[in-house]
Design a protein around this ligand. Sequence first.
Ligand SMILES: [Zn+2]
Length: 452
Amino acid sequence: MKMLFIFVFTIMSAYAQDNDVTHRPKSFNYLSGNAVFVDFEEAIYDITYDIDKKKAEVIAKFKMNVVEAGYPIFDLIQEPTLVKVDGLEVKAPEVSTPSNETKIRVINKKLSIGRYDLEIQVPLTNLIEYTTTGVKSAYWVTDLQDRNYLERYIPVNLEYDRVKMTFNINFKGLKTKQHLFANGLVKWTTDQKATIDFPEYFTVNSLYFHTTPLGEVELLETTFKSVNGREIPVAVYQVPEDSDPEGLNGLKNVALRVFNELEKDYGAFPHPSITIYNANLGSMGLGGMEYAGATVTSKSALAHELFHSYFARAMTPANGNAGWIDEALASWRDDGYPRLATLSGTSSMAAHAPYTRKTDTAAYGFGARFMSFLDNKFASKGGLKPFMNKLLEKKIFEPLVTEDFIQEMELFYGEKVQDMFNKYVYGKPQKLKSAQFHLHRKISGVELRSIL
Ligand SMILES: [Zn+2]
C-alpha cells in the first residue's frame, strides 16, 4: 500500500514538473544564442531586517533546472548586488522581451542542459517602513500592472513556474515582537527568527507575506469547518483606525457565508489556511487583491477575492494572456451568474504579445459577459459550473494558458469552441467604459504604503 502510494506520488510529482516545463514561454535570440526560461525546483530566501540600521537584505538560493541550453531568465526589479551560478559570479542585466511587452533579467552565461545552484543577493527596499519598535514590510502584488508580482521584492521566476519556497526571516536587533501574516506554515524559532514554508505548488502570484509590529493591527483568529471535515485556520485583521464598523466579527461572518457558498459550488476549500486583511480599499475606490487562501481587501470585495482562491489561485493562469479567465469568472459570479443568449463586441484579452504578464481589464466587463454567453450555450449540460468543477479536479495547481482552457472545454462538452474564442477573446482591442476601470484600476505605490 505504502509502495503504491510512493509510486503514485512520484508519478504525480514528475507530471507536475512537466507542466512547468511545457508552459515555459518560448526562448528568444540573445547574444550568441537564446535567452531561455527555466524551471526553479527549490527556492530558499534568507531575509534579514536589520532594525537598528534600518536596512533589509535578501539572499536567495535556487535549485535551477535548465531544460534548454542558453542564457537563463529570472526576474527582479531591483539591481542585484551579487549573482552566482554554481559558485561563480555572473551578471544578470535587465533585458526587454522581443516585442518590448516586459523586461526580465538574463544571466550573461550560456548554460548547457542540467541542474545548477543559483544564488542572488539584493537589498530589500520596496514597501518597507521602519517604526520605533520594528518594521512594516509586505510583498503585495497586483496582476493589473506589468512586473508587479514578487519580483518587486525578491528574485523569482515568472508565473508559469511552481516552486517550493522557504523564508528564513531574521529581525536583527528587534526588541519587541512582530506579527507575521503568511499563507505558509510559520514557525518562530526565537522572538527574532522565523521560518515560513510555503506549499510546493505556489507561483509568483500565490504567496502572501506581511509583517508589522505587534499592536499595529487588531486580529481575530478562528477556524472554518470544511465540507471534508478539516478545520481551516482563519486570521482576519485590520488597522484599528481603518476598522470596519461591524468589526472583525462582521468581516468573519461575511467570509464564512462566502466560504460556505463556494464550498457548495466548488468543493472543499483548496488551501491550508485563510488570511484576510481588511485594508478598507473600498474607501479608496479600489477592489482587492487575491492570493492563495489570502486577500488584501475590504468587506465589499471579500466575496470576489475569496472566489479567486478557487479560480485564480487554485486553477491558476500561467501568463498574462490567461489572466482574463479568472477575472471573467469572478465578475460573472459577482453579477449572480446571469445567462446571456447573445453577445456583441469582441476583445483581445488573450491576444496580447506573448510575454505579456498583466491581465487585460476587459475581463471584468466583457469577459464576464462572455462567461454568461458560454453558460447559456451549455445550459442543457448544466452550464459552466460542472466544467469549472472538472477543471479544478483536473488542473488544480497546474498553471494554464488560454489554449488549455479551450482544449479542456472542448473535451468536456464534446464540441468545438475554438471559433467562438477566436471571435471574442483573440479579437481586436475595444475601448472600455471608464466605469469598468473604477474598482480595478492600478493601485499606486503611495496607496500601498498607506495600508502597510
Ligand atoms: Zn478579481
